[in-house]
Design a protein around this ligand. Structure first.
Ligand SMILES: [Zn+2]
Length: 99
């Protein structure tokens, strides 16, 4: 499927089985369920051609982005984590630095 990046306009191609396009999706290990929690994004919704464009667009629209996040209620993880969860969060952040 041909896409045009929402940030830079560059043309790129995505398929359900390719790793092209962002956000692609990710996940984390949950001790609560003793399993991996995953969220994946369908190809047609990977609207940025690169991770850099995704972050650029988010930074440029940060007011609307945070307003939208806050409108979703208090179901976020923006609280001081326990020591156990903190080690998990560091692992996720390290993972998110790729790309
Ligand atoms: Zn782009």
């Amino acid at each position: 499927m041909k896409m045009h990046c929402k940030a830079c306009g560059k043309k790129y191609y995505v398929t359900e089985n390719s790793y092209n396009g962002y956000p692609y999706g990710s996940g984390y290990w949950s001790n609560d369920i003793d399993g991996y929690v995953r969220a994946s994004v369908p190809a047609h919704q990977r609207v940025f051609h690169s991770r850099n464009c995704w972050e650029y667009w988010t930074a440029k629209n940060i007011d609307a982005y945070t307003l939208w996040l806050h409108s979703m209620g208090n179901d976020d993880n923006n609280v001081q984590p326990t020591n156990r969860d903190n080690s998990i969060n560091e692992t996720i952040e390290e993972r998110n630095n790729y790309g």
